[in-house]
Write a protein that binds this ligand. Structure first.
Ligand code: HEC
Length: 241
């Protein structure tokens, strides 16, 4: 063999071995992440691929009564949580404009409570916010929520910007339910009340200390993971519908 051909063959061999090594490493990494996810959460999945959602929206808007209850719940949950985040943001902006930051401190909780009640009455969906570090102890995460929040916070979730969902079977006489978690990230607007010490004006900090003596919900940087919107929808069997 001539030298250029030998060099070419060697380069080819290095490329093939390199690719094999790389895909093996990726496969191991994926399997580990998947195992950790299953260990902490049970067998849920990440649902918000645009394809699956738009297909489900079609089923939903066509109003077909043979629609799969889990698929319908997924569409309802995704829509409700988007609506929740959008309305909370615009409501907060209005409150801050009208009353300033200190005056608006209670708005983040009050608006969330109002919207939670409205969505519950109008759509029969239980929706709330939760986080690993909370300001109001009532917002503390349950075991299901905590598992997912921790896997996003430690970076082991496959795609942290996507929502996560699972079908929880009926246990101990309780109804089966569909559960859905969507991530909440820090925006500029949130910094004055949840940001780093230098982002929080001293009068806001003083008011927070007074109202929430056990506050854990500060020290979040712009764009970081703040918590989740958590949705629960009971799943009825067709016979009991
Ligand atoms: C004016 C101050 C203020 C602003 C601005 C603000 N929050 Fe809050 N936030 C609070 C208060 C107060 C609570 C506790 C509410 C309660 O008592 O339920 C809270 C609670 C929360 C919770 C529920 C978990 C917990 O810690 O109890 C989340 C999640 C949250 N805020 C996210 C955000 C995000 C995201 C933004 C920006 C879009 C934001 N907040 C902007 C004051 C604020």
């Amino acid at each position: 063999m001539s030298t250029p051909i030998k060099l070419l063959a060697a380069a080819w061999l290095v490329a093939v071995l390199g690719m094999a090594w790389w895909s093996r490493t990726k496969a191991i990494e994926f399997a580990r992440t998947e195992q950790r996810r299953i260990d902490t959460l049970g067998s849920g999945h990440t649902p918000t691929g645009p394809g699956r959602l738009s297909a489900m929206s079609e089923i939903f808007s066509a109003g077909r009564d043979d629609g799969d209850p889990v698929a319908l719940s997924a569409v309802k949950a995704a829509n409700a949580s988007q609506e929740f985040l959008r309305d909370l943001r615009s409501g907060l902006l209005k409150e801050i404009e009208a009353k300033g930051h200190v005056g608006a401190i209670r708005a983040c909780g009050e608006l969330a409570t109002q919207m939670r009640e409205q969505i519950d009455t109008e759509q029969g969906i239980a929706i709330r916010r939760t986080a690993l570090r909370v300001r109001n102890p009532l917002n503390q995460a349950d075991a299901f929520e905590r598992g997912w929040l921790e896997s996003v916070a430690d970076g082991s979730t496959d795609d942290p910007t996507h929502a996560y969902d699972a079908e929880i079977p009926a246990i101990d006489g309780q109804t089966a339910e569909y559960r859905y978690l969507a991530p909440i990230y820090m925006q500029t607007l949130c910094l004055t009340c949840h940001g780093m010490p230098e982002d929080i004006p001293s009068e806001v900090q003083a008011a927070l200390d007074e109202i929430y003596p056990d506050d854990q919900a500060t020290g979040f940087g712009l764009g970081t993971f703040r918590g989740a919107i958590s949705v629960r929808i009971p799943l009825f069997t067709r016979e009991s519908d």
